[in-house]
Design a protein around this ligand. Structure first.
Ligand SMILES: Cc1ncc(COP(=O)(O)O)c(C=O)c1O
Length: 395
C-alpha cells in the first residue's frame, strides 16, 4: 500500500488537523542514530521532541541514550517532576525562581547541570547556591563559530572563543565553594544544523560543504585544546558534549568527546532532508483537510501554516508530504486558516481528504498540537500528549 493510503486508512475518522508520530519510523531512526553515534553516548535534545512519552521511548530503546539536554529551567523542572534525570540545561538560565526549583531537585539527588559562558553567569548561580546551601554543577559552553571576511559561519552564543576566555572562568569555578565544573560543550551549529544539499543551490552547497569541513577540523581542535588544558588545571570533567543530529558522523570521531546531543533526527523534519551525509525517515507530520477546490488542479485545505523559526525563507515553510504531487503556491505559502495546493497531473483529491505535511523543524510541531497520534503497523496504538497538551509552553 502506498504511504498516503496507509496513513489515510490508519487515521480514518480523526478530525483534522491532527499530528502524528510514526513509531516504526521513529524506532528505525533511533536505531540509526544509536549506530551513527559510534562509541559515544547520545543526549536527547528535548526541544526537538517536546513529548515526554517519545523522550521515554527513545531513552528506553538503547543504553546509548543517556540524559536530556533541556532548553529552560522550567522545562527541566517539569521533566524532573515526570521522573527524568541527568538533565543538562543547554542554554544559560537567569530567572531565580526557576533555578531555585531546580535546586530543590538537586537537593533530592537529581543530576542537573547549568550551562554558563561568563563570570556573570557564574556569580549569579553562586549567589543562589549559597543562599540554599547547595553546590551547582555547571558546564561551560565553548564558541564553535568561525569568522571569515564578511561571514560569521556559526551561531552567536558563547563569548568563550578560546583559552584566553576559558581560563579565567574555569579558574573561578574551580576555586568556588558553590560551583562544580562537570562538563564542557561545543555545539558546532554550522555543521549540525546547516544542510549542504539544498535544492536548487549547487554553488552554495559546494561552499557550505567546504566551510563545514573547515569547521569540523576547527571544532575538534578547540574541544581537544579545552579538554587538555582543563585537565592540566586539575578539572575532572564528567562529560564533553558536542554536536547535533547533523554532525553525528564527525563529532563521534573526536577522542575527547564523551556524548553527542541529538533531537531532530528522531522525527526527521523537512530541513533534515538536505544533508549529504545522512537521511532519516520522516517520522512525524500533520494532516489538514481538503475543504474546497478553487479550480481543477487545485485544492484548498483548512489551516496548515505552521512555519518554523529562524531566518525567514521558503525552507522554513512546512512541506506537503503526501500524497506526492501536491505543492504550495509561491504567493500564499502555508496559510493561517487556509492553504491552497497545486495538484500535479494525476493527483485527484476529494473534499474531506487529508493532506499530510511535515514541519520544517522537529519540536515546533508539538507547539501546534495537543497530541501526537502514534501509529504502528497500520493502526493507531496510542495518543501521546505533547508539552502543549500537558498545558506547558516553555518558550
Ligand atoms: C546546544 C545544542 N546542542 C545540540 C543541538 C542539536 O539538536 P538537533 O539534533 O535537534 O539538531 C542543538 C540544537 O539547536 C543545540 O542548541
Amino acid at each position: 500500500m502506498d504511504k498516503y493510503a496507509y496513513y489515510k486508512q490508519a487515521f480514518a475518522g480523526l478530525p483534522m488537523p491532527y499530528a502524528y508520530v510514526d513509531l516504526d519510523m521513529l524506532d528505525a531512526n533511533a536505531k540509526a542514530i544509536a549506530q551513527a553515534a559510534g562509541s559515544k553516548k547520545v543526549r536527547l535534545a528535548s526541544k526537538s521532541i517536546r513529548c515526554t512519552e517519545v523522550l521515554r521511548r527513545i531513552l528506553d530503546s538503547d543504553k546509548v541514550y543517556q540524559g536530556i539536554m533541556c532548553y529552560t529551567a522550567e522545562e527541566a523542572a517539569f521533566l524532573a517532576r515526570h521522573g527524568f534525570d541527568d538533565l543538562l540545561l543547554g542554554y544559560p538560565q537567569w530567572h531565580q525562581d526557576a533555578i531555585a526549583e531546580l535546586a530543590d531537585w538537586i537537593g533530592q539527588g537529581r543530576s542537573i547541570v547549568f550551562m554558563i559562558d561568563c563570570l556573570e553567569h557564574a556569580a549569579h548561580l553562586e549567589k543562589i547556591a549559597k543562599d540554599r546551601g547547595i553546590v551547582f554543577a555547571v558546564c561551560i559552553d565553548l564558541d564553535m563559530s568561525t569568522d571569515y571576511p564578511g561571514l560569521h559561519f556559526g551561531v552567536w552564543r558563547s563569548p568563550i572563543h578560546g583559552w584566553q576566555q576559558l581560563q579565567p572562568l574555569a579558574e573561578h569555578i574551580l576555586q568556588s565553594s558553590w560551583l562544580k565544573l562537570e562538563g564542557i560543550m561545543g555545539y558546532e551549529a554550522q555543521v549540525a544544523g546547516v544542510g549542504d544539499r539544498m535544492p536548487g543551490s549547487p554553488v552554495k552547497n559546494k561552499l557550505v560543504s567546504w566551510l563545514k569541513k573547515q569547521s569540523i577540523a576547527e571544532a575538534a581542535k578547540r574541544r581537544k585544546e579545552a579538554a587538555e588544558k582543563l585537565a592540566a588545571m586539575g578539572a575532572e570533567l564528567r562529560f564533553i558534549n558536542a554536536g547535533g543530529t547533523g554532525s553525528l558522523d564527525s563529532s563521534r570521531l573526536e577522542a575527547c568527546v564523551t556524548e553527542i546531543t541529538a533531537g531532530s533526527g528522531f522525527y526527521a523534519p523537512g530541513l533534515f532532508d538536505y544533508y549529504a551525509s545522512f537521511r532519516y525517515q520522516p517520522a512525524a507530520g500533520y494532516a489538514v483537510e481538503v475543504v474546497r477546490r478553487p479550480k481543477d488542479n487545485m485544492v484548498t485545505c483548512m489551516s496548515g501554516g505552521y512555519t518554523a523559526s529562524g531566518s525567514a525563507g521558503p525552507e522554513k515553510l512546512p512541506k506537503p508530504y503526501l500524497p506526492e504531487g501536491v505543492i504550495l503556491t509561491k504567493l500564499e505559502g502555508a496559510g493561517e486558516v487556509q492553504t491552497p495546493l497545486l495538484c500535479k497531473e494525476g493527483v485527484r483529491l476529494e473534499l474531506g481528504d487529508p493532506v499530510y505535511f511535515r514541519h520544517a523543524k522537529a519540536g515546533e510541531l508539538c507547539e501546534r498540537f495537543k497530541t501526537l497520534h502514534a501509529v504502528s503497523q497500520g493502526r493507531i496504538v496510542a495518543e501521546y500528549a505533547t508539552y502543549r497538551g500537558m498545558g506547558e509552553c516553555f518558550v
